[in-house]
Design a protein around this ligand. Structure first.
Ligand code: SF4
Length: 324
């Protein structure tokens, strides 16, 4: 017999540090309904680190950065995967689980990086730089992945670039990630001009102001931030690497230069750390709510489909990354 799901009241204990008691009643009904629907439909919820705490800590089964979600999506034992994240993440989950139903609660949950490049752009880059391998960030459509040799995430980009054993690679579409990786490797990197609309807004002056206002604060920056921001920070890494840093180093006071929900989610696990929270919201991630996760499970929407010919080629690029 399957165990009964925990009730929302029990789950509140997990998030009480980041969700005020007055806000909780607005969530608890949806949480109870989602837990019941997951059992009825044999569904799991994969949630990105930028999802709000009531999703991340109360209804998700698997959480993490893009790399972790892609890896763990392969081992999912369920009929339905609900992706609490943005559309390219749902496509990646579908690529790795072609026989499962993958649902994205809001079809408009996009990404400025994914929208910065098309499959035709990648074909033109290949023509312009014949023989140079194309490394594509997972924050892209399946059609763009299908034109690429291998994918990468912010967590493994340097490793992927160096695994190819060539002096020069094309890295698409995030210009800042490409430049930040170029600073760490001898491989020459040809970049595109896409930017994350959340991370491109941070500036070195923001960090200097924070250090002045909060002496001793440790600054962690995501590698989608501009290189001069990364240079001012104490550490740069993917959301998983930032979370690991906080757990390992236990700084007294820290600021994460990334999407707002990240600090809330990490703060739940580390009550002893003081999180300073200047952050930028991702409007795409914030399209996912408990209400539309509930509707997705109830009404089986929106099911992600990928043209099989595109999917085969895109899957190869993702699997090649996962094999590293
Ligand atoms: S935070 Fe940036 S990279 Fe991530 S989904 Fe939002 S726009 Fe895309």
């Amino acid at each position: 017999m399957t165990a009964a799901p925990p009730s929302a009241a029990y789950l509140y204990e997990r998030v009480r540090r980041v969700i005020p008691p007055i806000e909780w009643p607005a969530f608890s009904d949806d949480i109870d309904a989602i837990l019941a629907l997951k059992r009825e439909r044999n569904a799991v919820i994969l949630a990105h680190n930028y999802q709000t705490p009531e999703i991340f800590h109360c209804v998700a089964d698997i959480v993490g950065d893009s790399l972790a979600l892609a890896r763990k999506a392969m081992d999912v034992d369920a009929d339905i995967i609900v992706l609490a994240g943005v559309h390219f993440m749902a496509e990646t989950a579908k690529l790795l689980n072609p026989d499962k139903t993958v649902l994205i609660p809001d079809l408009e949950a996009g990404c400025s990086l994914a929208e910065s490049i098309t499959a035709q752009d990648v074909r033109l880059m290949r023509q312009r730089y014949p023989g140079v391998p194309i490394v594509t960030y997972v924050n892209t459509s399946a059609a763009v992945k299908a034109e690429s040799d291998i994918c990468c995430t912010s967590g493994n980009a340097k490793k992927v670039v160096e695994s190819l054993g060539v002096p020069r690679v094309i890295m698409l579409p995030d210009e800042y990630l490409a430049r930040n990786i170029a600073a760490e490797t001898d491989v020459e990197i040809i970049a595109w001009t896409g930017h994350c609309e959340v991370h491109e807004r941070f500036t070195p002056a923001d960090i200097r102001d924070l250090r002045e206002a909060h002496p001793g604060v440790i600054v962690l920056a995501h590698p989608e931030c501009p290189p001069d921001v990364v240079a001012e920070a104490d550490f740069s890494g993917s959301t998983a690497a930032m979370s690991d840093y906080v757990g390992r180093e236990k700084p007294k006071r820290v600021v994460l230069m990334t999407e707002c929900s990240m600090s809330d989610n990490v703060a739940v696990e580390h009550p002893e750390v003081d999180f300073i929270r200047p952050c930028n919201l991702c409007p795409h991630m914030k399209r996912i709510t408990l209400a539309n996760i509930r509707s997705a499970l109830k009404e089986n929407r929106h099911s992600v489909t990928i043209d099989p010919q595109v999917a085969d080629r895109a899957r190869r690029a993702v699997e090649r990354m996962l094999a590293i």
